[in-house]
Write a protein that binds this ligand. Structure first.
Ligand code: IMP
Length: 441
């Protein structure tokens, strides 16, 4: 039995979907603890591609419980589409459970997201436009609508009345072109959505505690990434939740001592969508090469992702704030064909070198990367053993592991499940306990 956390160690889009999908096979329960439809996980099974926004990737295996926990914000319109799409493609959603406490993203949140961004002008964050920030803001202001409210007409009506009065004032001021949102439209629609989800809505933290007592394997799946954490990311260019491992405790309702292992997912390079400082960004040919080879376009918004060299200063920050036990390195194949690979090992700021990641966006903007250069490799087959990788690829992985003093437990060479070291020749024990590269290698 184990409680395993998977977190993004960069700015999101690290390939957590695939890693969660791999580990989910050995788990009984998969839990998402923060974020909402701003996330987009792509999982490739055979030739089929599944795009999930709210539902944990574990849903692709029959018989798993997949929990949308208290810390998430749910857009019921999007979630309903996701459920219907899975059912249409012959998958069961019987294992889905949604927390009574999850907050609801309402249509006014999406409008406010656009208004806030427009007002910020050049300082805009480049959000996904999914209403995530305004929904979490209402949660903190204690006027949010929760899943449980969609199940009781009187409660929903009361809360909608308070919100519509305030939100329509703002919307009519900044967007006079839009009609005001009306109680008679929203109340019946959201009650209907409540009825659709009623069979899945439960006290999820109690369910998780019960599963822990029964010694089940539980996988906690983070969305976004460490550098988008509202406290430990590059504020204000962050999301409004806590993607870091600590977010599991507040977002799923478990104590920190119940977590057995934290695995950080890290691409072999780095990407970012949206605005904000990005020291190792590559503008030009090599950046375009990575974007095209890595299909670096947002799952949720389709926006091209900004691409850059692997940043070990940022990774070390992720190791510390998450208390990582091991790394899963993804998309190593994307680097194939580049003759030289740069890795950022320090920042230079005001003439001084540092390996401490500044979370202040203004300071980060002034940081210049200090690189080490490693030789690239020309070909990379779908091998199963670390020893069968090109020597240069082995050295690249060893360099990462030794810089952050952490073992690498998973290496992914492509989007499919079998494009993972150690996948075809299955050994005893859990995948999350394997070590592909040890720091002492
Ligand atoms: P929001 O979460 O939509 O408010 O967006 C805030 C910032 O987080 C923006 O820079 C987004 O591009 C980024 N972001 C949100 N979700 C994801 C994700 O799943 N992957 C990568 N970036 C994301």
């Amino acid at each position: 039995m184990a409680n395993i956390v998977i977190v993004g160690a960069q700015w999101g889009d690290e390939g957590k979907g695939k890693i969660t999908d791999l580990l989910a096979e050995e788990a009984d329960i998969v839990v998402r603890y923060q974020g909402g439809s701003n996330a987009g996980h792509t999982v490739k099974v055979g030739e089929e591609v599944f795009r999930l926004h709210h539902i944990p990737s574990g849903i692709l295996y029959p018989g798993k419980l997949c929990i949308i926990a208290d810390g998430m914000v749910v857009d019921p319109e999007v979630l309903k589409e996701e459920v219907e799409e899975l059912v249409k493609r012959g998958l069961s959603v019987e294992g889905l459970r949604i927390s009574l406490n999850a907050h609801i993203v309402m249509p006014y949140h999406r409008i406010l997201d656009g208004i806030w961004e427009a007002r910020m002008g050049k300082g805009r964050i480049g959000t996904t436009g999914r209403g995530i920030g305004p929904c979490y803001a209402d949660k903190a202001a204690r006027i949010g609508i929760r899943m449980s409210d969609l199940l009781v007409e009187r409660l929903l009506k009361e809360k909608l009345a308070i919100n519509l009065e305030e939100k329509n004032l703002i919307i009519s001021h900044y967007r006079p072109d839009l009609p005001p949102l009306k109680m008679e439209d929203l109340l019946p629609r959201y009650l209907e959505l409540g009825e659709f989800f009623r069979p899945y809505v439960v006290n999820t933290s109690q369910l998780i505690h019960q599963a822990m007592d029964e010694k089940k394997n539980i996988l906690f799946e983070g969305a976004q990434g460490t550098l988008l954490d509202i406290n430990y990311g590059t504020y204000p260019f962050v999301t409004s939740s806590h993607p870091i491992a600590g977010g599991v405790c507040i977002g799923a309702g478990i104590g920190p001592r119940r977590i057995d292992k934290v695995i950080g997912v890290c691409k072999a390079y780095i990407t970012r969508v949206g605005e904000g400082p990005f020291p190792t960004e590559i503008i030009g040919e090599v950046g375009d090469y990575l974007r095209e080879r890595g299909a670096e376009y947002g799952t949720t918004t389709g926006r091209p992702r900004r691409c850059g060299w692997l940043d070990l200063v940022a990774l070390k920050h992720a190791v510390k704030v998450n208390g990582l036990d091991g790394l899963a390195i993804t998309k190593l194949d994307v680097l194939t064909g580049l003759p030289k690979l740069k890795i950022c090992v320090a920042y230079r700021i005001d003439g001084q070198e540092t390996d401490v990641f500044p979370v202040d966006a203004n300071l980060l903007k002034r940081c210049e990367p200090v690189y080490e250069e490693l030789p690239g490799w020309e070909r990379l087959e779908d091998v199963d053993d670390f020893a069968d990788l090109p020597k240069e690829a082995q050295d690249y992985l060893r360099f990462i592991s030794s810089y952050v003093a952490l073992p690498i437990c998973i290496v992914s060479l492509g989007p499919r499940r079998e494009q993972t070291l150690g996948w075809r020749v299955r050994k005893e024990g859990y995948l999350w306990d394997r070590i592909v590269v040890d720091t002492v290698d």
